[in-house]
Structure formats: structure tokens, C-alpha cells
Design a protein around this ligand. Structure first.
Ligand code: EPZ
Length: 419
């Protein structure tokens, strides 16, 4: 079993290149299935989820290779339309392959992605949109059997909630559909614009990505291209939390201020100075950590739910009392009990967490239960007195490329240990 061993209370300082965005690389890899010829995706993070996505493409008859941070896909004649159950289980976001497989082959068989560590992860909005586009979808015994014998056709889609995945799946199904698709109440996360940027470079006709209305005019074929994945805004927010809680300073190379509009003010209220440039963001803890009165997670451009856990970890040592309201997922406070084991003073009631800052955290043996919760445990361990051992780092490896190496490069005493 692997774990991180952290000797805390080391002030971080230096610069880190922010990894490519996991939540953009995954839909981009799925989108590559739609394009004939070769697609080359640069700045892909080396993550277990990315490797799983490449294995799914392989099962669908594509040639997919990973070399460093570059994923190369050849999808001339995909011959498969069935996503293996074990791969669907391994990566909940594999549902994003549904729109791409359906759009390219006209049929798709996959198991229900099911819940995950954050609670039930329904896909009703995905299925409703695809049905409106003419897909025939039956759900039985945990399997989804989807077909669009006459091909998909454009439709007007009104999402009840700006779901990131449902927006992406609809875009992927619409680019090769007959006619025009309009997505109303679309997700506005930057990853949506990244996906549209890639698809348009392949020959798609997408407008409005990044706004709440996305218009996709179907085309006959797409041709593979070379594209670079956007920087990971959540990885950047995680590193900002590490700098804040250790009283350090970091230059985050590649981080984009436009992706972090709701995050930067939280760090400034917390006691950090944040300077943004065209190619980086510089953050330093310039004053004693103080509590942030209220953080509410919201769809973009609101405060991102994925940053909630690492930011909470930084706030455990902030003087005063702060409140975090988790509005997006039902079960996203699983890191709280583990932070309390380290001496944090946090009370939760439903979707509300109240954090009373403490002067000290203490190293402890903790267990990560999900990706961002694991990042929170690492963040807290960096500022805790003594040694922490963090288990469950397979969750962390799903979303952070060698997090221990990134942090050690700027002064953290953190090692990956196999026991
Ligand atoms: C994406 O998940 C991200 N994952 C998540 O990041 C992120 O937390 C989330 O968007 C919100 O920003 C990837 O991009 C791979 P949603 P997704 O559909 O698409 C409900 C991480 O840590 N919903 O916007 O699954 C859903 O239950 C991960 O990197 C329905 O009810 O998120 C949730 O409560 C975690 N029916 C809310 O909407 C649906 O059909 C937001 O989900 C779809 C969603």
C-alpha cells in the first residue's frame, strides 16, 4: 500500500508549472474519437484517470499512446461501441464517452457509471439531452444501451442545472449531428471553452462556449489536430492553499487568473497577496491567516466545489470563524473528520461546515476518501506539527500528477512510501 509521509511546518517557496487540467483532458480524449486521422494532445497530466480514458479509446478500436505529457490518438475507423464495465467503474467521468461514441458510431453500450465518493452521480440530464437528439436509450440491469439508427439530429436543449458533464456530452453528440443544437443553461466552466476550442480546430462549428448558451452546427466530418490542454485551475487553487497554510510563497506557472476569478478574492481575504500576470500567478502569505467569513460553492464563475476541500484545510489554522456551504455535491465533507483528527475544529451540519481556526495542527495517520479530500489532508499535513501519514493516495493520483514531487520541489518534506 502506498502512502504519503509528511514532516510538517516547512514554509513553501519557489515556482511550480501548473499541470494540464484533468477535467479538460478527459473530455478532450473522448472528443478525439470523433475526429478522423491523428489527434495530438499536449500538456496532458499523467494521471490514472487519463490512462483509463486512453484504455477506453483502445477498447473502442482507436490507437492511443501516451508519451510524457502528450497523448496521441488515431481514430480513423473506430470498431467498438462498448465501454468495458471495469473501466466505467474505474472512472466515473467516463460517461462523457457516451456522446462521443454515439456521435461517431451510432450506438453505445456502457454500464451505469454509478455513484462515487461524492455521493450519487445521476446522469438524467445527459440522457434527457441525448434522447431529445434522437437517441434511443434503454437502462436495464445497470447497463445503458444506446442507439441512434438514423443518426443524431440537432435539438434545443434546456439543462435544468448547468451540469458540466451534460454540457460536454451534448456538445460531443451534436458536432456530427444533422442540424443545429442549442444548449440553454449550459455550464460555463473554462473546460467547456477548452473542449469547444479543440472541436472547432477539428472543423466543428461551435459558438458561445463559456456562456450559458452554446450553439453547435452539425458538420459531416472532423479531422484530428494538435492541441494543448488548458492549465488545471483546481491544481492551482490547491497549490495556493499549500502556500497560504505554510506561510509561503509560490509562482504558479501557467495558471490563468480568468479561471480563478472567485478563488483569488478568498485567498486575499485569508491573508495572502496575489499578483496575476499573463503567464503565471504569484501568491504569498503576507499577513497572519484569518478566517474567510463565507464561502459558497457554485457553478462557474462562482467558487468551484473542487477547491472547497483544499481551501478548507488552509482555513483550519486561520484566526476566527468561517463558514463553507457546499451547494454542488451531497457528500463532499468526507475530509472533515480526518482534519479533526489532526486537531482542526470543524463542525458540519448538512451542506454547511463551520471552521473555527486553531493555532496548531498535529501530524496524524489519515485516510483519503476522495480526490480533493485527499488534497486537503496533504495541505493540512504541510502545516501540522510533526509527521503525518496519508493513506488512500490512489485517489490523489487520479487528479494530481506526482503531487509529492511538485510540493517537494518547493520545500515540502513529503515522500511517497510503500508499506
Ligand atoms: C465535473 O463533474 C467535474 N468532473 C467535477 O470534478 C466537478 O466537481 C463538477 O464537474 C462540478 O464542477 C469532470 O469534469 C471529470 P456536474 P460532473 O454534472 O460533470 C448533478 C474533481 O474533483 N447532476 O456539473 O459530474 C450532480 O449530481 C471532479 O475533479 C444531476 O443531478 O458535474 C451534481 O450534484 C469531482 N444530473 C451537480 O449536478 C445529471 O445528469 C453537478 O454535476 C448531471 C449532474
Amino acid at each position: 500500500m502506498q502512502m504519503f509521509v509528511v514532516e510538517g511546518e516547512k514554509r513553501l517557496g519557489g515556482e511550480i508549472k501548473v499541470q494540464g487540467a484533468k477535467n479538460s483532458a478527459l473530455p478532450l480524449i473522448a472528443a478525439a474519437l470523433l475526429a478522423k486521422g491523428e489527434t495530438v494532445l499536449h500538456n496532458c497530466p499523467r494521471l490514472s484517470d487519463v490512462f483509463a480514458a486512453c484504455r477506453i479509446l483502445g477498447c473502442l478500436g482507436c490507437d492511443c499512446t501516451v508519451l510524457g505529457n502528450t497523448v496521441t490518438v488515431r481514430a480513423d475507423e473506430p470498431c467498438g461501441c462498448c465501454v468495458p464495465d471495469e473501466l466505467m467503474r474505474e472512472m466515473r467521468s467516463s460517461i462523457v464517452f457516451l456522446g462521443a461514441v454515439l456521435g461517431r458510431t451510432g450506438e453505445c453500450y456502457l454500464s451505469f457509471p454509478g455513484g462515487c465518493e461524492l455521493g450519487p452521480r445521476p446522469i438524467d440530464m445527459h440522457l434527457s439531452a441525448l434522447r431529445k437528439m434522437g437517441a434511443d436509450i434503454s437502462e436495464r440491469y445497470g447497463m445503458l444501451r444506446c442507439s441512434s439508427p438514423g443518426g443524431l439530429r440537432g435539438a434545443d436543449i434546456q439543462l435544468p442545472f448547468p451540469s458540466v458533464g451534460a454540457t460536454e456530452n451534448t456538445m460531443l453528440a451534436a458536432v456530427l449531428a444533422e442540424g443545429t443544437t442549442v444548449i440553454k443553461n449550459a455550464a460555463r466552466e473554462p473546460e467547456i471553452a477548452d473542449l469547444a476550442g479543440f472541436l472547432n480546430k477539428c472543423g466543428a462549428r461551435i459558438e458561445g462556449a463559456g456562456s450559458d448558451t452554446v450553439v453547435i452546427r452539425g458538420v459531416k466530418t472532423l479531422t484530428g489536430c494538435e492541441y494543448s490542454v488548458m492549465p488545471d485551475r483546481i491544481a492551482a487553487a490547491t497549490l495556493m492553499s499549500a502556500a497560504a497554510v505554510t506561510g509561503g510563497e509560490l509562482s504558479l506557472i501557467g495558471a490563468r487568473a480568468s479561471d480563478l476569478g472567485a478563488v483569488i478574492p478568498v485567498f486575499e481575504e485569508m491573508g495572502c497577496s496575489v499578483y496575476t500576470y499573463s503567464d503565471r500567478i504569484y501568491v504569498c502569505r503576507s499577513r497572519p491567516l484569518c478566517s474567510v467569513k463565507m464561502i459558497r460553492t457554485m457553478p462557474f464563475p462562482g467558487f468551484p466545489t473542487d477547491a472547497q476541500a483544499p481551501v478548507m484545510a488552509a482555513l483550519t489554522k486561520a484566526a476566527g470563524t468561517g463558514v463553507i456551504v457546499e451547494n454542488i455535491f451531497e457528500n463532499r465533507f468526507r475530509h472533515v473528520d480526518e482534519l479533526v483528527r489532526m486537531g482542526a475544529d470543524i463542525k458540519t451540519e448538512g451542506k454547511v461546515a463551520v471552521i473555527n481556526g486553531v493555532s496548531r495542527l498535529y501530524g496524524a495517520r489519515t485516510v483519503a476518501a476522495d480526490l480533493r479530500g485527499g488534497a486537503a489532508l496533504v495541505t493540512a499535513a504541510l502545516a501540522a506539527e510533526g509527521v503525518s501519514e496519508i493513506e488512500g493516495i490512489r485517489f490523489i493520483d487520479r487528479g494530481y500528477e506526482s503531487l509529492e514531487k511538485q510540493l517537494a520541489s518547493v520545500g515540502a518534506d513529503i515522500k511517497r512510501v510503500t508499506k
